[in-house]
Design a protein around this ligand. Structure first.
Ligand code: F6R
Length: 241
């Protein structure tokens, strides 16, 4: 595990965007795994800038998002689909057919999850996966559990996650309680992983990710076993290391 401790959110965002951009420059048809939430917003802003300045081309890039809420339409402003359009996709030249986000409105969720996995495999697997981390150590929506859930699956969100994510909704009652998420194996199969974290509230989760026991109770701890993970974290998130 490589750990890059940077000054603040801006520096974290720039470093992360540069890593994604260099992946795409080295392999223009890269398969990139993407995250949502507050943490990667700055990285997306930087990537849009790099694109507009002509440094990176999304023409042949394929993407798979980690997760999506269950029961939200794609055009719902709280959906991760909408988030991705607003924060990245509508600003760059990625082809719509190369964008993959779990469909939270799928009639048959089991088939949706299986097909998502199959498509990742068919496209040769994920070259670079971007992760954020929940205060409880979740990655994607793999919540603390008794076992690591391997593949893309339907999850029931933790109270803590619902509370944390209620800041994006009008009220806590509006936060969906279920989501579709890539599994731990799906994430671990990525050839390269970068995990971003900013702020004091992530410090404990980062400490456990780096120094704790590998346990499904702290899903991100499994990253200790991945051969190519870089943590890009600001001073506050690194404050307990
Ligand atoms: C979102 C995701 C989640 C977030 C995590 C942190 O696609 O996979 O694991 O990365 O909940 O969210 P923020 O960045 O809002 O603190």
């Amino acid at each position: 595990m490589k750990i890059l401790i940077v000054k603040d959110y801006d520096e974290m965002s720039k470093k992360a965007a540069n890593m994604v951009a260099s992946q795409i420059i080295l392999k223009p048809e890269s398969v990139i795994g993407l995250a949502t939430g507050d943490t990667p917003k700055g990285m997306y802003r930087q990537l849009v800038k790099l694109y507009k300045d002509g440094y990176v081309d999304f023409k042949n890039v394929k993407t798979f998002n980690l997760d999506e809420y269950y029961g939200l339409e794609k055009d719902n402003p709280q959906s991760y689909n909408y988030y991705m359009m607003e924060n990245l996709f509508k600003h760059v030249n990625i082809k719509r057919e190369n964008i993959n986000i779990p469909n939270g409105m799928a009639e048959d969720l089991e088939i949706e999850c299986e097909e998502y996995e199959k498509k990742i495999e068919e496209l040769g697997g994920i070259d670079l996966q971007v992760l954020g981390i929940g205060r409880n150590g979740h990655i994607g929506f793999n919540e603390p559990d008794l076992k690591f859930e391997a593949k893309t699956h339907l999850v029931r969100l933790d109270e803590d996650t619902i509370k944390a994510n209620s800041r994006f909704f009008n009220s806590i009652e509006e936060v969906p309680t279920m989501a579709i998420s890539m599994g731990i194996k799906t994430i671990m199969n990525a050839r390269k992983i970068i995990l971003l974290a900013s702020g004091k509230e992530k410090a404990e989760a980062i400490y456990k990710t780096v120094n704790g026991k590998i346990t499904p109770k702290v899903p991100a701890s499994v990253l200790q076993l991945h051969p190519d993970v870089t943590l890009i974290i600001d001073k506050e998130a690194a404050s307990l290391l």
